[in-house]
Design a protein around this ligand. Structure first.
Ligand code: NDP
Length: 323
């Protein structure tokens, strides 16, 4: 490993070499690699920069941190690393893209950027059940992030919907605050890994409602109760409840690219073979936006590195690099 001297930040270019959209582990790692390759990347980090790790507490499985690290801290230091080599950051959301001709065009409101290559690392967002009442009480008792909102429910009664690792993690975490945690799962066995499921099953503060669905969230200004449907018997029961945590998986953030890039049936970007190439030449995808399987910070970082290397080689082949 060699150490490179920090470089000065160049100004916006008429046409950028590479624009990276997204600032989780994938986007920031792509920026580190692209910056060290002298591509002078522009990273559009979005108004909620940092991605999903910003709503995570302990990260214990990211190599290099034997004692673990807090998610937001990991993102802060990774951003510093990208900045050190000259990455420029724009803290706004992309409103529109046009990938139909080159250079590609991106709009952030009225401001237009042009770029020879694009790395998409927009990640994924929490999914919701789609109940009217769930939407109505969002932020008023309904949440998709226990690590963000759990502390509001000290000595209260909460539930977690879902049966995957996220639901297990959130249920366990919530027992630090809540007096009682219900897990509502639609089947009679968890999807979660055995170790995570066992932690839930052995936690005396947690009760699992098997074969059950959240039917309605009820309350006035804030959540007061829920109606749970037993999917086997059809019976519906009202339970007093202060907090409802939805943990049923994630949706890739690809709405911006609909009709422009090839996606799978649920919207994950398709990358070619073992690369980060998308269906449009010069556009690369990294991290959770193209990964419905692994979805880890370290795999996102790995594909971010791949995307920067793919972009660099592609630009070289196009003779646009280092203009
Ligand atoms: P998953 O897709 O693994 O699980 C989603 C859960 O929600 C499933 O149990 C599913 O039920 C349920 N569900 C989905 N849609 C609905 C719905 N409409 N109504 C009711 N229930 C629904 O998502 P996770 O977010 O849990 O995990 C994603 C990935 O991240 C996994 O690979 C997981 O292993 C990983 N992860 C790892 C962690 C760790 O190791 N520390 C922590 C968190 C996540 P069903 O089972 O019936 O399909």
């Amino acid at each position: 490993m060699s150490s490179s001297a920090p470089v000065e930040k160049p100004q916006d270019k008429a046409v950028e070499n590479v624009i990276i959209v997204g600032s989780g582990p994938a986007g920031l790692t792509a920026a580190i690699y692209a910056a060290r390759a002298n591509l002078e990347p522009l990273l559009i980090e979005g108004e909620e920069a940092g991605g999903q790790l910003m709503t995570t507490t302990d990260v214990e499985n990211y190599p290099g941190f034997p004692k673990g690290i807090q998610g937001p801290e990991l993102m802060t230091i990774t951003r510093q690393q990208a900045e050190r080599f000259g990455t420029r950051f724009v803290t706004r959301n992309v409103s529109r893209v046009d990938l139909s001709s080159r250079p590609f065009q991106l709009w952030l409101g009225d401001k237009k950027y042009q770029t020879h290559s694009l790395i998409i690392a927009t990640g994924a967002s929490a999914k919701y059940l789609g109940l009217e009442s769930e939407k109505k009480f969002l932020g008023r008792g309904v949440s998709a992030c226990a690590t963000c909102d759990g502390a509001f429910f000290r000595d209260m009664q909460v539930c977690v919907v879902g049966g995957g690792d996220t639901a297990m993690e959130e249920a366990n975490f919530l027992t630090r605050f809540a007096s009682k945690v219900y897990v509502i799962h639609r089947r009679d066995e968890f999807r979660a890994s055995k170790i995570m499921a066992d932690r839930v099953l052995n936690n005396p503060k947690i009760e699992v409602l098997w074969n059950s669905a959240l039917d309605e969230v009820l309350g006035d200004d804030v959540v007061k109760s829920i109606r749970v449907a037993n999917l086997k018997t059809g019976e519906k029961t009202e339970m007093s409840m202060d907090g409802v945590f939805i943990a049923i998986g994630h949706k890739p953030n690809t709405d911006l690219f609909k009709g422009q890039l090839e996606m799978n049936e649920v919207g994950y970007l398709i990358t070619k073979d073992k690369s980060t190439y998308t269906s449009v030449e010069g556009v690369f995808a990294a991290g959770d936006v193209q990964d419905p399987i692994y979805r880890q910070a370290i795999t996102a970082a790995g594909t971010g590195c791949m995307a920067a290397m793919d972009a660099e080689r592609w630009l070289e082949s196009q003779e646009h690099a280092h203009e």
